[in-house]
Design a protein around this ligand. Structure first.
Ligand code: EPU
Length: 427
């Protein structure tokens, strides 16, 4: 593929920023808001409790929490995502009883929410789980707490931040997630009036305040999109310039990209050119929390590794069930094997649990198109798009709803990079 593409605003920040805006007493305007399914689902959740959510233009979303009137969040019609569990904490500052529906998102592991629920309890709330979702109650205002997360979970760190900024007194979160999206969320909360101190490690200290205001916040470029376009450029032996991405947010992705034979050039503050520099070499990769190699980069990168000469290994340490998509790629010609062993340098939480969380990829394997590829989840969906792009022949992908939850305007944006892609509407 050749051409230019602009990364949309980060899915994994915008949803949290929308939820965070409910902590303010005045309206918040978010810019660089992507037109993706997850934003629609979150907007529906917010609207269902009375919050006014308005698209100011194609780029900006205005959220006014002053019209909020209920704390019972119904099941959204437009789909499900991770936002309900975050809403539980945010709404608990405003209401004494809050109920939210079951959390959705991609089925890539158990995706428990126990850290979130334990955090609410530590702040003085009472939480019950039932088959419809979660109910949280409090008698008095929430009180700051010492939270030591068992794992640096992104979502649980966000819950702790939301609980702490308006809680009485001090909170210390240890073993917190420090992904770029978390750092931007902290910036947003600080601009709303929160007092949050970060440290050189994984500790965050928050001094609760009585109230917060709305703010203006620009959504950072999506680093998962950027890694996907970089993988597409290299896998197809093309040349793609990606705009709207802060290079620092790509961290170790760039190191592995270079190591396997990918090339890149910085083209400005938020633009990068990606291409193949030399014949592709295999790699041994372990996914990890930030600043490690993100689990969300794993799938597009795996397609690249199928085209490298030799044996590559990926040890998935964040989700226990994120390799199902590899099995289906064998129909195109990929040679892969999935194992329950920890094949990385370290053993991980999934050791001895019988989860197929390490993959061996033998390359290079040219791909031949197949008639039906069923997309199992969002990131695997983009991996399938890359696989189909480099396969000989025409492939049909089904389940594009998964893809559109996280990648906006996918067909026109990929067409502009010379990929022959069209949306088939079935009668
Ligand atoms: N975990 C628990 N208990 C909890 C919370 C998490 O055991 O209460 C475990 C999870 O089961 C998982 C690990 O901790 O094994 C990490 O989960 P985390 O909470 O960090 O993930 P998340 O907040 O649910 C976000 C992104 C994911 C991304 C992960 C890791 C959003 C909406 N989703 O999920 O993005 O993979 O962080 O970086 O922010 C995607 O975009 O395709 C996607 C899955």
């Amino acid at each position: 593929m050749t051409g230019e593409i602009t990364c949309l605003g980060a899915k994994n920040f915008v949803i949290k920023a929308m939820v965070a805006s409910l902590l303010g007493e005045t309206q918040t305007t978010l810019s660089n808001v992507p037109a993706i399914g997850d934003v629609d689902i979150t907007a529906e959740l917010l609207t269902s409790v009375g919050v006014t959510v308005e698209r100011v233009d194609s780029d900006r979303l205005r959220i006014d929490p002053s019209t909020m009137r209920t704390s019972t969040v119904p099941v959204p019609h437009s789909g499900s995502n991770r936002a309900p569990i975050l809403l539980l904490s945010v709404l608990l500052h405003r209401f004494k009883t809050v109920s939210v529906p079951v959390v959705g998102g991609c089925k890539i592991g158990a995706r428990a929410v126990d850290f979130h629920l334990d955090a609410i309890r530590a702040f003085g709330g009472v939480v019950e789980e039932n088959e419809d979702g979660y109910v949280a109650r409090r008698i008095k205002p929430l009180k700051g707490a010492q939270i030591d997360l068992p794992y640096p979970s992104v979502g649980a760190t966000e819950t702790c931040l939301f609980l702490s900024v308006l809680a009485e007194g001090r909170t210390v979160i240890s073993n917190a997630a420090i992904e770029p999206e978390i750092m931007d969320l902290i910036t947003m909360l600080r601009s709303m009036g929160a007092i949050i101190f970060t440290s050189s490690g994984r500790e965050i200290r928050i001094e609760g305040v009585k109230s917060l205001n709305g703010t203006n916040m620009q959504v950072l470029g999506d680093r998962i999109e950027a890694a996907s376009w970089a993988s597409l450029a290299c896998a197809s032996n093309g040349d793609v310039t990606v705009h709207g991405i802060r290079p620092d947010t790509l961290g170790n992705f760039l190191a592995y990209y270079r190591q396997i034979g990918g090339g890149f050039e910085l083209m400005g503050a938020e633009s990068m050119r990606f291409f193949r520099q030399s014949p592709l070499r295999p790699a041994v990769i372990e996914t990890d929390v930030y600043p490690g190699f993100s689990t969300d980069w794993q799938q597009p990168f795996a397609i690249l590794l199928t085209q490298a000469s030799g044996i590559s290994i990926i040890h998935e340490t964040v989700y226990e069930k994120r390799f199902g998509y590899l099995k289906d790629l064998s129909a195109l010609g990929a040679k892969t094997q999935i194992t329950t062993h920890c094949l990385g340098a370290e053993t991980c939480r999934f050791r001895d649990k019988n989860h197929e969380h390490s993959a061996i990829i033998m390359g290079p394997t040219p791909f031949t198109a197949i008639d039906e590829m069923i997309i199992p989840d969002l990131r695997a969906g983009l991996a399938y798009v890359i696989a189909a792009a480099i396969a000989r022949g025409v492939s049909t992908l089904r389940g594009v709803d998964f893809l559109e939850r996280g990648y906006g305007n996918i067909v026109p944006r990929l067409s502009s990079m010379n990929l022959q892609i069209e949306r088939v509407v079935e009668s």
